[in-house]
Design a protein around this ligand. Structure first.
Ligand SMILES: NC(=O)c1ccc[n+]([C@@H]2O[C@H](COP(=O)([O-])OP(=O)(O)OC[C@H]3O[C@@H](n4cnc5c(N)ncnc54)[C@H](O)[C@@H]3O)[C@@H](O)[C@H]2O)c1
Length: 262
């Protein structure tokens, strides 16, 4: 008989949530989890595909500060508050998988614009609302690659490391104003971003086997961590990073590889 596994239910009624990169993958899953627990959910994305499901989609590019300001203003105009911002929109285009000496300025600048500046711009405008409220939670979606690296990723990981430090700095800045800021560092999660780079990572079975749990994660498992971090149960948690990585970060490069799966 399977043992009980400790099911959690959240009550996010009346809370107002803004998630960037909401049309796909982890962002969409976070939106759904908040919506299912009663929150009023706004998603910002350059893509335009989640009008249904109780998520209000705002079309906009997070690398454009005025678009971020407009998105936050729209949320406040519609809902009168902003309780949670999840900075999640990020890109990892094929032309970024190169050695540093081959990296184009175009690839670097675009990733900095979206993956780093986009987080700053959206948080800057969200935190202005949260300061008026004297409450709020900001989550930066970082990555296991913020903490460990590999060959041919000279942009993604270094910028993800900066996302962790952004959240620490903002947490320290606004801790006395009722605002908590954290980051989440997923391992490989089953999303379009990972599907697009599967071949470069050795295929699905190889990628799964690098995680001690022997599989990649599901977007809902990252969403569950975000819901906990944004809840009152995590009221003493700020300025820190939570790995949601199937044990990936605990496994040393010197460790014997697991036997192949299947
Ligand atoms: N999937 C993984 O394995 C994994 C692992 C670690 C960290 N992450 C991080 O999680 C987050 C989500 O990843 P994902 O796999 O769900 O990605 P995804 O590519 O599946 O979805 C990203 C979404 O962001 C949107 N987006 C891209 N640029 C944007 C912009 N400038 N403005 C607004 N929206 C924009 C895209 O349209 C897309 O809907 C990212 O920050 C990513 O770096 C993902």
């Amino acid at each position: 008989m399977p043992r009980p596994d400790g099911t959690v239910r959240y009550d996010n009624r009346d809370r107002v949530i803004l998630v960037s990169g909401a049309a796909n993958g982890i962002g969409l899953s976070i939106c759904r989890a908040f919506a299912e627990s009663g929150a009023l959910v706004f998603g910002m994305d350059v893509a335009n595909s989640v009008a249904a499901e109780g998520i209000h989609l705002i079309a906009g590019d997070t690398s454009d500060e005025s678009a971020c300001a407009e998105a936050v203003a729209y949320v406040v105009q519609q809902a009168g508050a902003l309780d949670v911002l999840v900075n999640n929109a990020a890109i990892q285009p094929p032309n970024s998988y190169v050695r540093l000496d081959e990296l184009s300025a175009e690839a670097w600048n675009r990733m900095v614009s979206v993956n780093l500046s986009g987080y700053t711009f959206l948080a800057k405008h969200a935190v202005q609302v949260m300061l008026r409220q004297q409450s709020g939670v900001i989550v930066n979606m970082a990555s296991g690659q913020a903490h460990r690296t590999a060959r041919q990723v000279p942009c993604y990981g270094p910028i993800k490391a900066a996302n962790v430090l952004q959240s620490m700095q903002w947490a320290v800045e606004y801790a006395r104003h009722g605002i908590r800021v954290v980051s989440v560092s997923p391992g490989a999660i089953n999303t379009p971003m990972v599907a697009a780079s599967l071949a470069a990572q050795g295929g699905a079975a190889e990628l799964a086997n690098r995680h001690p749990l022997g599989r990649i994660g599901q977007p809902g498992e990252v969403a569950a961590a975000v819901l906990w971090l944004c809840s009152s149960a995590a009221g003493f948690v700020t300025g820190t990073d939570l790995a949601v990585d199937g044990g990936l970060g605990a496994l040393g490069a010197f460790a014997d590889p697991y036997d192949p799966i299947g």
